[in-house]
Design a protein around this ligand. Sequence first.
Ligand SMILES: Cc1cc2nc3c(=O)[nH]c(=O)nc-3n(C[C@H](O)[C@H](O)[C@H](O)COP(=O)(O)OP(=O)(O)OC[C@H]3O[C@@H](n4cnc5c(N)ncnc54)[C@H](O)[C@@H]3O)c2cc1C
Length: 217
Amino acid sequence: MAKILKDQGSHRILAIMAGLNGENPLQLIELAGKTAYQSREKIDNESAARFVQMIKNRGHKSVLEHSSMTVEFNDVSRGFTHELVRHRLAAYTQESTRYVDESDFRVVIPPDKDKDEKLVELDLVGGEKIKVSFQEWMDLNEQMYRGLRQAKWKPEDARQVLPTGIKAQIVITANFREWRHVFKLRTAPAAHWEIRRVMTNLLKDVKGRVPIIFDDL
Ligand SMILES: Cc1cc2nc3c(=O)[nH]c(=O)nc-3n(C[C@H](O)[C@H](O)[C@H](O)COP(=O)(O)OP(=O)(O)OC[C@H]3O[C@@H](n4cnc5c(N)ncnc54)[C@H](O)[C@@H]3O)c2cc1C
C-alpha cells in the first residue's frame, strides 16, 4: 500500500560555514568584510553583530556571501525539489529517479485533503464505473510502477509513471545572500504550501542559530 505523507517534509541543517580559527559565521563575515576598510584591528567580541547589521543596512549584500549553509530536505515531493532547483545560485544533489528504485512508494498529499475520500469516478474496461480516493489511486500507481520494475524496466524507464508527489530527498548549499532570497520568495503567501511550510520551519531554525542575517525576514 502506498504510504501517504501529510505535513512530513522536514529539513536538517548539515553545515553552516564558519572560520577555521573558531570564528562563528558573523565573525567570518566581519573578518572578510573589514578587508574593505583595513580595520580588522577594531574587531572585538561584540563587533561582528554591529558590523553585519551595518553592512545589511547599507545594502552591501555581497559581504553576506562569505558564509553559506548546507541543508538536507527529507520527505518532500518531487514538485518541491523542482521548485527549489530553480534557484540558480546554489549547488544541489538530489535523489535520482533514474537510479533509485521507488517501489517503497511514498507520496506527499496536500495538508487539507483527505486521502480516503472517494472523489473521482473512473471508467473501467467493460463500462463499469468506480469511485476512487487519492490513496486508492496511489495504490494503483504503486502497482503499475512495481509491475514495470518486475517486467525488468529500469528505474529510469519505470519512473515515467511516478506522480509529482513522489517523495524525494535533496541537499542544497548556498551562501547567505541567496538563502535570504530563497526565504523571501518561498515563505511568502504566494509560495506553494509545501515549500512554504518547510522553508518557514527552516527559517525559524536558522534565525535561532545565526543572528542578524535573517532577522528582518
Ligand atoms: C510564487 C512563485 C511562483 C512561480 N511560478 C512559476 C511559474 O509559473 N513558472 C515558472 O517557470 N517559474 C515559476 N516560478 C519560479 C521563478 O520564476 C524563478 O525561477 C525562481 O523563483 C527563482 O528565482 P530567481 O530567478 O529570482 O532567483 P535565483 O535563481 O535564486 O537567483 C537569485 C538572484 O540572482 C540574480 N540572477 C540569477 N541568475 C541570473 C542571471 N542569469 N542573470 C541576471 N541575474 C541573475 C537575480 O537577481 C535573482 O533574483 C515561481 C516562483 C515563485 C516564488
